[in-house]
Ligand binder design. Structure first.
Ligand SMILES: [Fe+2]
Length: 340
């Protein structure tokens, strides 16, 4: 009969000793699916400049599900993810709250944040064109991927990969599903090989003479050319020229990494402070250097390798619109047998 109260006291002591030493020490809890190596320097820098401790939970996936299942007792204050679709998913699952911040609204282009303030882009990457050196293109429209002049010359990863469904969804936003189906069938007809592999395989296959043009993300150019991916990749990176394509009536399609304040954040003030810090010049510079991403804030320089690709004009379609067409894009990929 005596054991139970003793156990309860022990449990209480254990949980008390797990709390920060000073009850007033400011902290913020972040759940992120970004790689620790990319995000830790930013969080360290935040702590250094504000004195606020950051406790981080790194997740491979299932961020929305985890926070939803934790409910009101969730310790998460900030939710960080890659891909606009994953940020919209957080809103759909009801685990975010809208933030009104002049700092965030001023730093993040309108099409790269939620209209209601539920999420904000922190960095971006562009879906660009890699070309063989002898293909001299000053500019390129995504629409032209279906031009028969490229028959047998186009390399691209699986049409179902989120990088591609986002691009195809943007096409739907401009032209509707019917036109996009025709366009996708045209792109499929132009493929040099079965859609597949990764983006870097596009550069590798250009070097191998398999294709003349390929679609890939901008940061892979930095990863390849810098040597961070090893010697072979330097050769792939140097075998290509890069063009920033645009839609005929728009700009270059980008995707983002971004963050939201959790609905049940206990440290909301610090959470907003962290988000605002992440769009500061100092933090945006770290983003640019860590993974060859584009800073979202105007006036912060990209890494020299990325800056050398040319001036980025971000497409005007709001990412929330792009995301709303992704399911349809995925269905069209199947319908035209893009990956077959
Ligand atoms: Fe990637």
């Amino acid at each position: 009969m005596l054991r139970q109260p003793i156990l309860a006291v022990t449990a209480l002591l254990t949980s008390v000793s797990a709390l920060p030493l000073s009850a007033t020490a400011a902290e913020v809890n972040i759940y992120t699916t970004r790689e620790p190596g990319l995000i830790q320097p930013l969080l360290d820098s935040f702590t250094k400049s504000t004195g606020i401790t950051v406790n981080t939970v790194f997740l491979k996936d299932g961020l929305a599900e985890r926070v939803a299942s934790e409910g009101e007792s969730s310790p998460a204050d900030v939710l960080m993810a890659v891909d606009a679709g994953n940020l919209v998913d957080l809103v759909d699952k009801g685990v975010t709250q809208p933030i009104q911040s002049e700092v965030l609204n001023a730093a993040v282009p309108a099409q790269l944040r939620d209209a209601d303030g539920n999420w904000f882009a922190l960095s971006s990457r562009a879906r660009v064109l890699y070309t063989a050196k002898d293909v001299e293109l000053a500019s390129f429209n995504y629409e032209d991927l279906a031009d028969p002049k490229w028959k047998g010359k186009v390399c691209i990863r699986s049409g179902q990969h989120p990088y591609n469904t986002a691009l195809f969804a943007d096409h739907i936003a401009y032209y509707g599903a019917e036109e996009t189906e025709k366009w996708l069938a045209g792109v499929k007809d132009n493929l040099a090989r079965k859609a597949g592999g990764g983006d870097r395989d596009g550069a590798k296959d250009i070097l191998g003479g398999i294709c003349d043009i390929a679609i890939g993300n901008s940061y892979y150019v930095g990863l390849m050319r810098s040597g961070k991916g090893g010697e072979d990749q330097v050769k792939w990176g140097e075998a290509i020229n890069v063009v920033l394509p645009t839609f005929k009536n728009g700009g270059t399609q980008v995707n983002i990494s971004g963050a939201a304040v959790a609905k049940n954040a206990k440290n909301k003030e610090q959470a907003v402070q962290l988000l605002e810090y992440l769009v500061s010049d100092e933090a945006q510079k770290i983003y640019a250097e860590a993974n060859y991403e584009y800073p979202v804030k105007a006036g912060v320089a990209a890494d020299p390798i990325i800056a050398s690709l040319g001036e980025l004009t971000i497409d005007k379609t709001p990412l929330s619109d792009v995301v709303s067409h992704r399911k349809q894009a995925s269905e069209l990929v199947d319908k035209v047998g893009f990956d077959n």
